[in-house]
Design a binder for this molecule. Structure first.
Ligand code: ATP
Ligand code: MG
Length: 481
């Protein structure tokens, strides 16, 4: 398959990066298919990630064999079970066992997708070549095939070079490819965020042109990509791609006022809010709840802005307004209910952690923790991320306040844990047991029992052992019962 432009390289060592089971299954499948006169290649994300030295688990193969033949050859290669993943797309799932370990891989018959212009549902064609199969894939870095046994790489679109250049580039004509499946526009942004890659200029222009087509995509697919982008390591780049690609109006229209600059001749300086937001998201730990709360925490500011007689700008009430915006937006995206609840609560409370100062009473801290409920730690993390002042002394002071709150809360928790460590027997129980009136003896026994509980030598619920010990002590004290 030495067609013009196709790059061949040989890297037998790539496959050795895979865990043992993955590697052995790949080798067994590849040689079984080859012995039967069929082609079989690792394709897509696994090849890309092996070339990047990023370990990953799921294996996808492409083959010349038709699905029935794939089932038969999969069994021959030792699969414990074989099932249909997407019969229409010719994908077969195969499960392999070794000891307790289990591995599921997918094998898809080479296909090319034909997109009739009006009815945009792709019609699948089988019986095509590996080259055809690679040419229907989204980006060059995802259109590389690897022969597991020889280490041969088939790279017709220069994907390896783009991996080196850290470039996301559509296979073929970018505008046509995005028009075929507009989800690819968002996948580009998501891969930029995961890999910290740039978007090739022609690909970015095509994203801008085709962005309105995103409205054809189901909200579930959009949400899945946004979620992956938000927890990615280079999230800042991903957000900038969404902005530069002009995607916000079609996926997150609620954020357009925040993202758009110069709504009233630049006086509103909304760009500052957006730049601040990007920084807060980047500084937030990569957990979905915290990252969504970071993205939305100031989103209502453009609506709540006011200027007082001294020319000072205020955003009164932007927290509850932001919480309402977050709730609606996340509901529209069909995010899970718990995420909706947590994020809107955090947006509502996002200024609270930074208002902490060391004079706060224990009950003030308890009240905050109670109101925040199960979001307390996320909320404090958001508060720590929401510190972006250009002035170092301000950043340090804000960080100290947040750390002060964390420590104060930790002290309360430790105190509460200690308060639970009590003598298994209380005074009434001891008086009944020894038939004696109240006196110092009760405190002495309770203290000794509590010491044992604190030392972990006595369970706070173990009344039986506690009673035996108490009897022994009373006897030893010359006071037989
Ligand atoms: P990851 O699993 O890390 O998200 P991936 O590259 O494996 O990355 P998948 O969505 O699992 O992504 O898809 C597997 C492969 O299928 C891709 O590498 C790409 O070659 C192809 N592919 C997936 N979705 C599309 C699409 N919408 N258009 C074209 N090709 C696609
Ligand atoms: Mg994948």
């Amino acid at each position: 398959m030495n067609r013009a432009g196709t790059q061949h390289a040989r890297m037998p060592e790539l496959i050795t990066q895979l865990p043992d089971l993955e590697r052995d299954v790949s080798l067994a499948l590849t040689s079984t298919f080859r012995d039967a006169g069929e082609e079989l290649f690792l394709v897509g994300g696994v090849v890309r990630d092996l070339l990047l030295g990023r370990p990953r688990a799921d294996l996808d193969f492409a083959t010349s064999a038709l699905p029935e033949r794939t089932r038969e050859l999969g069994n021959r290669a030792g699969a414990a079970s074989v099932f249909d993943v997407g019969a229409a797309f010719g994908t077969i799932g195969l499960v392999f066992h070794r000891g307790d370990a289990e591995l599921t891989v997918e094998i898809t018959t080479y296909r090319s997708e034909v997109y009739p212009t009006r009815d945009r549902r792709p019609a699948v064609q089988h019986g095509v070549s590996l080259h055809d199969d690679l040419s229907r894939r989204d980006f060059t870095i995802n259109a590389i095939a690897l022969d597991a046994t020889t280490g041969e790489l088939i790279d017709p679109f220069g994907g390896i070079a783009d991996l080196h250049r850290k470039l996301i580039q559509a296979v073929g004509n970018p505008a046509e490819r995005f028009d075929e499946d507009p989800l690819r526009i968002l996948r580009a942004a998501r891969f930029a965020a995961q890999l910290d890659f740039e978007i090739a200029p022609a690909t970015l222009r095509a994203m801008q042109q085709t962005a309105p087509e995103l409205e054809r995509i189901s909200v579930e697919r959009v949400t899945a990509e946004l979620n992956r982008l938000l927890i990615a390591p280079a999230v800042e780049r991903g957000l900038r791609v969404l902005d530069e690609g002009g995607l916000f109006p079609y996926i997150l229209p609620e954020l357009v006022p925040m993202v758009t600059d110069d709504r009233d001749g630049g006086a509103a300086r909304h760009k500052d809010i957006w730049e601040h937001t990007i920084q807060v998201v980047r500084q937030a730990p990569p957990r979905l709840t915290v990252r969504w709360a970071a993205l939305l925490h100031d989103a209502a500011k453009p609506w709540t802005r006011s200027v007082d007689e001294h020319g000072a700008v205020h955003f009164f009430g932007h927290e509850p307004a932001g919480a309402a915006l977050a709730r609606k937006l996340l509901k529209r995206l069909k995010q899970d209910k718990d995420l909706q609840r947590r994020v809107s609560l955090m947006v509502a409370m996002h200024l609270r952690p930074s208002s902490y100062d060391p004079d706060w009473t224990d009950s003030a801290v308890r009240r905050l923790a109670l109101e925040a409920g199960d979001t307390f730690e996320d909320l404090v993390d958001l508060g720590a991320a929401d510190v972006t002042s250009a002035r170092a002394h301000r950043r340090r002071a804000a960080a100290r306040r947040i750390e002060g709150l964390r420590e104060h809360f930790a002290r309360l928790e430790a105190q509460q844990a200690l308060d639970k460590l009590q003598s298994p027997l209380d005074g009434n129980e001891l008086m009944t047991m020894f038939d004696r009136p109240p006196g110092r003896w009760i405190a002495e026994i309770k203290d000794r029992l509590r010491e044992l509980v604190i030392d972990g030598e006595l369970d706070p619920d173990d009344k039986e052992t506690a009673a035996k010990l108490a009897r022994a002590w009373m006897t030893a004290a010359g006071d037989p019962v």
